[in-house]
Design a protein around this ligand. Structure first.
Ligand code: HEC
Length: 294
């Protein structure tokens, strides 16, 4: 009996301590999480959602979107991109020949094939990324060597990994991204694409509404279920209502009827547009592309 009790006690302590650790560890790490700032700027991160988007988060939850979609971008590491920004008066062929003449440099030996391949069919469009490498020194040497009057090349820190290659975001998700999420819905299954950055990828609210009403109308062959009950099909007045969906043939209701998004559909679309995990942070850095676009 005595051993029975000590076995129970030992098991209780071992399981109890690990459970406590599982709850207490994250609590200690994250309960004090606060707004941070975007890297090299004064902008606060993340931004509080609008009221409509905050309501939309609950619509997202209620409709089980997280069963098929994640909101977490993964990353394997970093690479350095060497990008040609200006070409001065040179022609693309001149630049290509010039870069080829640098291939005798022993430092560039390991990357000559990659550079040659990226410049092979280049027509002169700028900015042109002509090397992505994990080696800081090679990248630095290359920029130094191609910089002649009129020609400007830049180094850019980029995040790499399969999710980033799919265009799901410019960097991995960080804890700060979820600060205003209640509840946090990172999801665990990807029947559809990751949505952490969908507000940047598909910023048109009408596209979002059309997609929710009839996914196939905007993405041919889509297997996403249609969320028709978030819309109301009603008799059209003399003039169509401004908020009525503009649907392609084959998806539009019978003549004389129109599809109106309910408040829930609008809130959900506002929430989707608020998903924009695209700012560089201290814990997830990258160099943004300065072209006016994020
Ligand atoms: C049964 C699985 C499933 C469910 C549930 C689901 N989706 Fe999807 N979703 C998909 C698939 C598959 C795609 C890819 C095809 C497409 O774009 O339509 C997709 C695509 C999307 C896209 C476009 C993504 C992109 O990168 O272009 C958005 C936005 C989206 N879903 C939002 C939602 C929302 C909001 C909900 C909940 C109301 C939801 N989905 C529920 C499977 C699902």
């Amino acid at each position: 009996m005595k051993t029975g009790f000590s076995v129970f006690l030992a098991a209780f302590v071992a399981l109890g301590a690990s459970c406590f650790g599982l709850v207490y560890g994250p609590l200690k790490q994250l309960s004090g999480a606060k707004e941070t700032t975007v890297l090299q700027s004064d902008a606060k991160w993340p931004q509080q959602r609008t009221g409509e988007a905050t309501l939309g988060e609950q619509v997202y939850r209620a409709n089980g979107c997280a069963a098929c979609h994640t909101e977490q971008v993964r990353q394997d590491g970093f690479a350095i991109e060497v990008t040609l920004a200006t070409l001065g008066t040179y022609k693309p062929e001149d630049f290509r020949a010039f870069v080829h003449s640098l291939f005798i440099m022993p430092e560039l030996e390991s990357v000559t094939n990659a550079i040659a391949a990226s410049l092979r069919d280049w027509k002169g469009d700028l900015p042109k990324t002509f090397l992505v490498t994990a080696d800081k020194e090679i990248a630095g040497k290359l920029v130094q060597s191609v910089t002649v009057p009129g020609v400007k090349a830049q180094l850019r820190l980029v995040a790499i990994g399969p999710d980033i290659a799919r265009g799901w975001g410019p960097r991995r998700s960080a804890a700060a991204d979820y600060l205003y999420d209640q509840p946090v819905q990172p999801g665990g299954l990807r029947a559809g694409p990751d949505l952490a950055n969908i507000g940047v990828r598909a910023p048109d609210v009408n596209w979002q509404l059309g997609h929710l009403y009839a996914p196939k109308s905007v993405v041919p062959g889509s297997t996403m279920p249609a969320f028709r009950y978030l819309f109301e099909v009603r008799k059209a007045g003399a003039a169509p209502a401004p908020e009525a969906l503009k649907l392609k043939e084959g998806f539009a209701p019978t003549a004389g009827f129109e599809v109106i998004p309910t408040a829930e559909a609008r809130e959900l679309a506002a929430y989707l547009l608020s998903l924009r995990a695209n700012a560089p942070l201290l814990e997830a850095p990258f160099t943004p592309v300065f072209s006016g676009k994020p």
